[in-house]
Design a protein around this ligand. Structure first.
Ligand SMILES: Cc1cc2nc3c(=O)[nH]c(=O)nc-3n(C[C@H](O)[C@H](O)[C@H](O)COP(=O)(O)OP(=O)(O)OC[C@H]3O[C@@H](n4cnc5c(N)ncnc54)[C@H](O)[C@@H]3O)c2cc1C
Length: 304
């Protein structure tokens, strides 16, 4: 009897990559293309597929963790002050056969390791990425874009950190024979941060440059005027919304819609998403089960 001693493949794994190319999409959004010997074994299941990127440690040494089954447990045991910082990003495009993956980085200044690295990065520099493992059998998860089949109405509210996911969502929908009627509100740093997006006749897009305004304020105002379904009959009393302290925890409400009538996908600065949550659910009586509400970053805080 043969005995297979190899452990089952994990849903996510670590990849060694080097920066292959870097190009501006807009003043604040840059596309970084990474290549690696095993990127042909990376997987992506949805346009909002999240990954973790490891950056050089505070001494400037590139991450070089040994790729072993217990690497993550060993990483978590390391001193936070000296280990390679980890941040969350989105796979914008994966070309597995070519061993290449694109990640669109917001350059928000030299206030964090990711934005600082991306600002100065030069082709040839090494990083490590934790991403879905193509060898894993089945769906490895790590995404929330799961619209019901035959979706009729969609609301997208996002800022520039979620623009890579939104751009992928629109590409996916534009390829459908009958895409849903869609409203997109997208807050960006400035007017020249608009980028070309896939479209169709029933897509309505509002770019909202914030200029010197507070991050997220325009997203919240958009949630006030967005067209949302009026529940008929009115739903039972709105379920009490569990409080989320966005300075300590990540706000992450996942949709579980019961029909294809309406779906919402909201991501961006966490306090703004929290305000949108209250506004849409408690005030405008949108069914909580139809909404994904995700804090992608928190102003003034580091949440990895
Ligand atoms: C699921 C998911 C997917 C994401 N995908 C992307 C993506 O594809 N592209 C992308 O650019 N970001 C993405 N983000 C957001 C990204 O993880 C954060 O912006 C992260 O904080 C950047 O790390 P940093 O090292 O630059 O800054 P940090 O060290 O985390 O923070 C340092 C300071 O910078 C501030 N800061 C962080 N981000 C911003 C910002 N965007 N604008 C202004 N100030 C900021 C913080 O509030 C803090 O004060 C995603 C987040 C999640 C949860």
């Amino acid at each position: 009897m043969s005995q297979d001693a190899s452990p089952p493949a994990s849903p996510y794994r670590l990849f060694d990559v080097t920066l292959k190319a870097k190009e501006p999409l807009s003043p604040h959004l840059w596309r970084l293309t990474f290549a690696g010997p095993e990127v042909n074994r990376m997987a992506a299941f949805a346009p909002d597929q999240r990954i973790k990127i490891f950056f050089p440690d505070p001494q400037g040494r590139p991450p070089a963790m040994a790729i072993t089954p217990d690497w993550y447990a060993r990483y978590k045991k390391q001193d936070v002050a000296t280990r390679p910082p980890m941040r969350t990003y989105t796979i914008r495009a994966l070309r597995a056969p070519a061993g290449e993956v694109d990640v669109d980085f917001v350059l928000h200044g030299e206030t964090g390791p990711a934005s600082t690295w991306a600002t100065h990065a030069q082709p040839g520099q090494a990083l490590q990425i934790m991403a879905p493992n193509a060898a894993f059998e089945g769906d490895g998860g790590g995404y929330e874009w799961k619209p019901p089949q035959g979706l009729r109405r969609l609301l997208l509210i996002a800022d520039e950190t979620a623009l890579p996911a939104v751009a992928g969502i629109l590409e996916e929908l534009a390829a459908l024979p009958a895409p849903p009627q869609t409203q997109l509100f997208i807050e960006i740093p400035g007017q020249d941060d608009e980028i070309p997006l896939a479209g169709w006749p029933d897509l309505w897009v509002e770019w909202m440059p914030r200029g010197l305004g507070a991050p997220g304020a325009l997203m919240v105002a958009a949630a006030q005027r967005a067209a949302v379904p009026v529940a008929t009959p009115r739903p039972a009393p709105t379920p009490a919304l569990a409080e989320v302290d966005v300075d300590e925890a990540i706000l992450w409400d996942v949709a579980a819609p019961s029909d294809a009538g309406f779906y919402g996908w909201v991501a961006g600065e966490a306090a703004a998403v929290l305000a949108i949550r209250r506004l849409l659910i408690a005030e405008r009586k949108v069914d909580k089960a139809s909404l994904n509400l995700m804090g992608y970053w928190r102003e003034g805080r580091v949440l990895d």
